[in-house]
Design a protein around this ligand. Structure first.
Ligand code: PMP
Length: 342
């Protein structure tokens, strides 16, 4: 049976990338070493990093002013590190609260300065947003006006799914495990105008300026994750780049929202402009039926459709590697489930 993985993360990766990684990881380009075994000081280590760096820089269309860092910790760790790196003397920042992950970002940042929520103050060090709330399925389709403050975004669940104009973005960070690579790698993209603002308490390896000046090699980075990120960037480029990814995400999510909106027994949890193109959150109007739906879906090979405990009961994550065929199969199953209840 063909199965489709709708999990929110760690999430589906393209099968051809996994095949390539299986082949290459074992004996790296005939060197007699696995990719996992290359020493930090070996020129090959730097070369693997450089290849991935170039591929990501290209696919994201990063301006020369923006530095791409390969760090560890995950976005939850960077909620704190972003504040430590950017708060500077101002000790005040503005955060947009759009749901679960922005609340967590606010809670962490509050340890390092005053956080003003849903309001811009002229003396704020920066303005923070979560471009896509993975838990609630709520996404910004236009960037907000940060009124001159540096704009900072957690793009964990929608990086690489659409073009972003980095001339309006001053810092972006993301965990890898949705659209980039396995968990254990974080990307940080930072405009150099934000360098040298870190608080003294910032750990050395999470000082973004220092990492930028040392090509993300202040300590040992996650080379396997970086290698996978490079393969993914190339895969996206080969598929037509970010405009094509955006088109596919829009089309895939439209199929599902349309099906849910037309059903008698299901409802979408977000209506209007902020509907996410990557995390479609929904549920049955009779909550007692959600579990039955999940069980039957699993039998059909439609995997990991359960929602987050802080969000809707059901969620279909439609990251880049989730094919349209999966969405068509899910829409067909929703219609059959609906018919069964009628
Ligand atoms: N931000 C967003 C938008 C997320 O979706 C997640 C994970 N689902 C996180 C932050 C936290 O990521 P991690 O667990 O890798 O730290």
């Amino acid at each position: 049976m063909v199965s489709f993985n709708f999990g929110a993360g760690p999430a589906v990766l393209p099968g051809d990338i996994l095949e390539q990684a299986r082949a290459e990881a074992f004996n790296w380009q005939g060197s007699g070493m696995s990719l996992f075994e290359i020493p930090f000081g070996d020129p090959t280590f730097g070369a693997v990093m450089q290849t991935a760096h170039r591929a990501l820089q290209q696919v994201l269309n990063l301006p020369d002013s923006h530095h791409l860092l390969f760090l560890q910790g995950g976005a939850y760790a960077h909620f704190a590190f972003v504040a430590m790196n950017l708060m500077g003397d101002k000790k005040r920042a503005c955060y947009l609260d759009t749901g679960h992950w922005s609340k967590r970002a606010i809670a962490e940042a509050s340890k390092y300065g005053e956080i003003v929520v849903d309001r811009i103050v002229a003396d704020g060090a920066y303005c923070h947003m979560t471009t896509n709330e993975t838990t609630q399925g709520r996404q910004f389709h236009e960037l907000p006006d940060s009124q001159g403050l540096p704009l900072v975004a957690d793009m964990t669940s929608d990086i690489l799914t659409r073009p972003i104009d980095f001339s309006h973005m001053d810092l972006v960070y993301a965990s890898a495990q949705k659209n980039i690579a396995p968990a254990g790698l974080s990307l940080v993209i930072m405009h150099e105008k934000l360098f040298d603002r870190a608080l003294d308490i910032t750990p050395t390896v999470f000082n973004y300026t220092l990492q930028a000046r040392n090509n993300s090699r202040v300590n040992t980075p996650n080379l396997f994750g970086i290698y996978m990120a490079g393969l993914m960037a190339k895969w996206v480029t080969d598929q037509g780049g970010l405009p094509e990814m955006a088109k596919r995400s829009r089309e895939k999510s439209a199929v599902l929202y349309e099906t849910i909106d037309h059903s008698r027994f299901f409802h979408a949890s977000v209506n209007g402009e902020m509907r996410s193109h990557v995390n479609v959150c929904f549920g049955l109007k009779d909550p007692a039926l959600n579990e039955l739906f999940l069980q039957q879906a699993q039998h059909e090979g439609l995997l990991n459709l359960n929602g987050h405990s802080a969000g809707a009961p059901l969620r279909a994550s439609l990251y880049n590697a989730l094919p349209r065929a999966g969405v068509v199969a899910l829409a067909d199953f929703i219609k059959r489930f609906d018919g069964q209840l009628a």
